[in-house]
Design a binder for this molecule. Structure first.
Ligand SMILES: O=P(O)(O)OC[C@@]1(O)O[C@H](CO)[C@@H](O)[C@@H]1O
Ligand SMILES: [Mn+2]
Length: 448
């Protein structure tokens, strides 16, 4: 609830007992930590094979770091500055210092007293510290197995999606604008619902895509609470050609979320945008180290394209080959700025990552995938549900942007009066069970 007169409202936090944040910090985060430890144990033999005794020692030390972290978390200890001297260590410790200075009467920042967004991001950065401090563990991805499993168990859906994409590409030139729009909106929704498959909400339990992603769209339509798809389309159309040769120069940025099936839906959407001539360039933004269990790293991105290309399915391999070509000729590019693995709300980006903000200002449309990005767009704060999305962005507007998000955290703005009350009566967990979604736009084409 936005307490009258406080702007911005309070941050979600585990200090609110019984809140979703509280249950996440108390139950889900320790479970995720345990899964990383288990993954290290499971890979013991390969560490020995590759690094000999040194590898076993490093694995043991990394596990002890993670066990200490789990104890700190579960006993609400004060957070500790990072000591791993990585590229982002200074920025992280500066942020942590600022947050400590904001605490009332010098109370230490700790897991059950501070903002959920900060504490959850901090946990994933401490996991990376445990690995960085014990080379050769630094490049180990404790979530790799879950991410690859999501890909392998979604094969049917991926084949179906790649077949659909190739059919579209074959018929592209005789498509009317209406047909282009219709197919764009379908693939936008496939990418939206691809976000249901995220492993941190399920603390790593499998949730791969098993049915046809296209056929299920009509049944899912009613679960889209805010649908600004038409504004996304008109932004894309408006971005077409005014370049000297009249050629289309639109650039679309996709701030990725999860690997596995969701990443494939994003690559399919990006392929369609380029093949339909709606975008000349796609910039993908991923994470520079393993994050929130299933988020995309550069390794995941490259692995997914290679696996798709190597599939013994005609249209999958054709798609993968095309994607490899897009990467090679620069039509597509992958970027992993450290800001995406910082705890900041996005309204801080212009100040704290001015280089990234100005890069994004060159985009014609930025698609933000997933729940964590939505939480950062809105600052993970207790907004009234009817507050406008633009207001919740608090000045973050590098370019026209759209969030494609399934709801997995109890922050949601931009609803109609009475809409939240109706949802509460129908389904008390509507904000956190990933059944509902939004396509929420902010930019010049937003009708006032
Ligand atoms: O960004 P995603 O992958 O859609 O979701 C990330 C997420 O599952 O992790 C947290 C729960 O631990 C929540 O913030 C959020 O629901
Ligand atoms: Mn994610």
């Amino acid at each position: 609830m936005e307490v009258e007169g406080t702007f911005p409202p309070l941050s979600l936090s585990a200090k609110f007992e019984g809140s979703f944040a509280y249950l996440t910090v108390r139950d889900r985060l320790p479970t995720i930590l345990t899964k990383v430890v288990d993954s290290l144990h499971r890979n013991k033999d390969s560490f020995f094979k590759e690094y000999g005794k040194e590898g076993i020692q490093a694995e043991k030390r990394a596990i002890s770091f993670l066990s200490k972290l789990r104890n700190e978390l579960q006993t609400d200890k004060p957070v500790l500055l990072l000591t791993d001297n990585a590229e982002d260590t200074e920025a992280w410790n500066e942020y942590m210092g600022r947050q400590q200075d904001l605490m009332e009467d010098g109370q230490p920042v700790s897991w059950f007293k501070s903002s959920w967004l900060y504490m959850e991001c901090y946990m994933y950065r401490r996991i990376q510290e445990a690995l960085n401090m014990n080379p050769p563990m630094s490049n180990f991805d404790g979530f790799k197995e879950g991410k690859t499993q999501s890909f392998f168990e979604s094969q049917q859906a991926i084949k179906c999606l790649c077949t659909y994409l190739q059919e579209l590409i074959t018929n592209m030139e005789n498509m009317t604008e209406m047909q282009l729009r219709e197919n764009f909106l379908k693939l936008l929704q496939v990418s939206l619902w691809g976000n249901k498959c995220d492993l941190s909400i399920s603390a790593g339990q499998d949730n791969s895509q098993r049915s046809s992603p296209i056929d299920s769209l009509p049944d899912l339509q009613r679960f889209i609470l805010v649908d600004d798809s038409n504004m996304v389309w008109s932004t894309l159309v408006a971005a077409q050609g005014s370049g000297s040769a009249g050629k289309k120069h639109a650039r679309v940025d996709i701030v990725l979320d999860n690997a596995g099936f969701e990443l494939v839906t994003d690559l399919v959407l990006a392929d369609f945008l380029v093949s339909a001539g709606l975008a000349k360039q796609i910039r993908f933004h991923g994470k520079s180290f393993p994050w929130f269990v299933s988020d995309v790293t550069k390794q995941d991105f490259e692995w997914t394209i290679m696996q798709t290309m190597a599939a013994n399915h005609k249209w999958m391999s054709a798609s993968g080959a095309q994607w490899k070509h897009f990467m090679k000729d620069g039509t597509w590019s992958y970027h992993d700025h450290p800001f995406w693995t910082m705890p900041h709300e996005f309204c801080d980006m212009a100040l704290d990552a001015a280089d990234l903000y100005s890069t994004l200002q060159g985009s014609d449309l930025i698609l933000f995938k997933g729940d964590l990005n939505y939480r950062k767009l809105t600052g993970d704060r207790k907004w009234e549900h009817t507050v406008l999305f633009d207001r919740a962005l608090r000045g973050f507007q590098p370019a026209p942007l759209c969030s494609l998000r399934t709801l997995k955290a109890d922050v949601q703005v931009g609803l109609q009066p009475g809409q939240a009350e109706k949802l509460n009566s129908q389904d008390p967990h509507w904000m956190t069970n990933a059944k509902y979604a939004v396509v929420q736009f902010s930019g010049p084409h937003r009708e006032r």
